[in-house]
Design a protein around this ligand. Structure first.
Ligand SMILES: Nc1ncnc2c1ncn2[C@@H]1O[C@H](COP(=O)(O)OP(=O)(O)OP(=O)(O)O)[C@@H](O)[C@H]1O
Ligand SMILES: [Mg+2]
Length: 370
């Protein structure tokens, strides 16, 4: 019964008003009026009419009986005929009123439904617009950051390369001795490589913006001790060029769960930064040790350090401390952002640092030992 009540809405064929007194109490399908009206017994016009009619019939019959002493059958027939004829028209008119009322109710319900839907739609569209706006704002920010980087980081090496090529083209190079020419060519080559590295960083960072780095399928048991030693050997040349001494204390056979390519990229980045932000004549210490089931790599320098107020945002994209900008105008500020993502994609991977301005910085990397 309940299901039936739910399925058939007001106005649909077969709809019953279960609040109708007739339906409830007599338990039979009501006739037309009750199918539409939403009234309870005290409001049911037809029942009012029937009750009042009965009272009046008995009242008049009683009155006749009192006055005349008898009730003729003609009077009874007349009264009943009047009641039936009047009842028919009453029925018709109240039926129309109820139908009109029903039509109004239906229209009201439809309007309510429409308003509800409209509110829902407006809500949905507002949410959509807000989301699109946020995305657009993010894209605009990325675009302006990119333009900033592009203008500094990409333009400089391109200008140098173009300048050198122009010297060749105009014949200005011909008057220079061979070794000088070689120096220019080497410089152009270095700038080309720098350009490549910046483009790689921008692409890596934009990939990381889209989705998190997932290394689950590429993690292997990796000899972390050898990996660090190789990078240190490779970096020593650059450090020596700046008269920086790299001291190492690297425990052997530390095997971690890691991705070789990405870990090489991350560790070289940290060591490069240590060399880049340390003035000549100072030292860098690189230590790798086992602590419980973790490998801890510490890269300690005696460089410019990082000002306290700029430390919190250092792992964010394009973030560069003011003292670093003064020391080296070039630098995209993407390196640490990429490193953090790489280390974070390793099991139990963590990166953090301690630093004091003008004294030095130590970067720590933690990885899980197999
Ligand atoms: N060893 C360090 N000593 C002092 N400051 C550092 C050190 N390492 C990182 N920083 C600070 O962190 C900032 C971000 O480093 P990150 O490697 O991301 O960018 P970058 O070195 O400026 O440029 P690039 O993307 O070309 O490496 C640096 O600009 C510098 O302010
Ligand atoms: Mg860097």
């Amino acid at each position: 019964m309940k299901n039936h009540r739910k399925k058939i809405a007001v106005g649909e064929a077969g709809y019953l008003n279960w609040n109708c007194w007739l339906v409830k109490n007599l338990n039979y399908s009501p006739y037309k009026r009750c199918q539409f009206c939403k009234f309870r017994f005290r409001n049911c016009l037809f029942l009012h009419y029937q009750v009042i009619s009965l009272i009046l019939i008995f009242f008049f019959l009683g009155l006749f009986l009192l006055i005349e002493g008898t009730v003729s059958s003609l009077i009874i027939i007349t009264i009943f005929t009047l009641v039936i004829v009047y009842g028919y028209f009453f029925n018709q008119s109240t039926g129309r009123i109820i139908e009109a009322n029903f039509a109004q109710t239906k229209a009201k319900e439809a309007l309510e439904e429409l308003t509800e839907n409209l509110e829902e739609k407006v809500d949905e569209q507002t949410k959509d617009i807000v989301e699109k706006n946020t995305r657009l704002e993010r894209l605009l920010k990325v675009k302006s950051e990119f333009l900033d980087i592009a203008s500094h980081q990409l333009r400089t090496p391109v200008s140098v390369i173009c300048g050198i090529l122009d010297m060749f083209k105009s014949g200005a190079m011909d008057s220079l001795p061979k070794d000088k020419q070689m120096k220019f060519i080497e410089n152009a080559f270095l700038k080309g490589r720098k350009l490549n590295a910046v483009i790689d960083d921008i692409l890596d960072a934009s990939d990381l913006d889209e989705k998190e780095l997932d290394l689950k399928n590429s993690l292997k048991d990796l000899d972390f001790s050898s990996l660090v030693k190789n990078i240190v050997n490779y970096s020593k040349m650059e450090a020596e060029g700046k008269r920086i001494i790299i001291n190492t204390d690297i425990s052997d056979n530390i095997i971690v769960k890691g991705d070789k390519k990405y870990l090489e990229q991350a560790i070289s980045n940290i060591i490069d930064n240590a060399i880049k932000y340390t003035p000549g004549g100072k030292n860098i210490e690189i230590k790798l040790e086992k602590v419980g089931n973790k490998a801890i790599l510490a890269v300690k320098d005696e460089g410019i350090g990082i000002p306290k107020k700029e430390q919190a945002s250092l792992f964010k994209k394009f973030s560069r401390a003011t003292n670093a900008k003064e020391m080296h105008t070039d630098g995209s500020g993407l390196g640490l952002f990429i490193v953090k993502n790489i280390i974070g994609a390793h099991p139990e991977g963590k990166i953090w640092f301690e630093s004091e301005e003008s004294k030095g910085t130590t970067f720590y990397i933690q990885l899980l030992i197999v």
